[in-house]
Design a protein around this ligand. Structure first.
Ligand code: SAM
Length: 215
């Protein structure tokens, strides 16, 4: 995959990710490969590798590269997992996950974002990703259980259906907090035991829908 943004991507990985403590070599390699500039609107292409989120339409954003890397690293993927992402947005995070896992289901509530993300992923040959247009705040039972679940929007608390859809040994990573500020939370399922850890402070757009912010 050769393109004119290769050096911008290498710089992004070195300066924004590795230098800030992202150690998982597979995550760094995936983010060196996925062409982030093809997931943002045309007018934002030259800013695609900047150290911040960018607007993608519908008042939504593609997350900052560091946050994509951090959440992905927390999922500790090895290569054959079934992954659910809630909040497809541009499809970029799903593409990173697709390089690191066996299959990815990603759900988006905005029809036009879901359509655009599906088209981008298809064009780039990501054939292990399925984009679903639906409310994903309660997960996606038809393909459960999942080895890993990533929620890319802020929830007021950990939605119970998502925990229910975790496989034994599964990991759920999501931002939990109020509307303005949250922290990344990881729930690790061991049988019927759930281990909960709290990490980096973050600021995400709200998770809407039945198990999110309903307004
Ligand atoms: N992962 C995305 C990417 O790589 O571009 C960025 C996600 S953006 C920060 C959050 C997304 O979550 C938005 O596209 C928003 O429409 C979506 N969203 C919010 N609530 C949702 C819900 N209940 N079900 C599905 N998608 C939802």
């Amino acid at each position: 995959m050769s393109d004119s943004y290769v050096s911008a991507r290498k710089r992004m990985v070195a300066q924004q990710l590795a230098a800030r403590g992202i150690f998982d070599r597979r995550v760094l390699a995936a983010m060196r490969r996925v062409p982030r500039h093809l997931f943002v609107p045309d007018e934002a292409r030259d800013r695609a590798y900047d150290d911040n989120p960018l607007p993608i339409g519908q008042s939504q954003t593609i997350s900052q590269p560091y946050i994509v890397a951090r959440m992905t690293e927390l999922l500790a993927l090895h290569g054959d997992e079934k992954v659910l992402e809630v909040g497809t947005g541009s499809g970029y995070q799903a593409a990173v996950l697709a390089r690191l896992a066996g299959e990815v289901f990603t759900i988006e509530r905005h029809a036009d974002l879901a359509g655009r993300a599906a088209a981008t992923l298809r064009k780039l040959g990501f054939d292990n990703v399925e984009v679903i247009h639906a409310d994903g705040s309660g997960g996606w039972p038809p393909h459960a259980p999942y080895d890993a679940i990533l929620v890319a929007a802020a929830a007021p608390n950990v939605p119970a259906p998502l925990v229910d859809q975790l496989a034994d040994g599964g990991r759920l990573v999501l931002p939990v907090g109020d509307r303005r500020q949250q922290a990344l939370v990881r729930v690790f399922r061991r049988g019927e035991e759930m281990e909960r850890e709290t990490f980096t402070p973050v600021a995400f757009v709200p998770l809407r829908g039945e198990h999110g912010w309903n307004k």
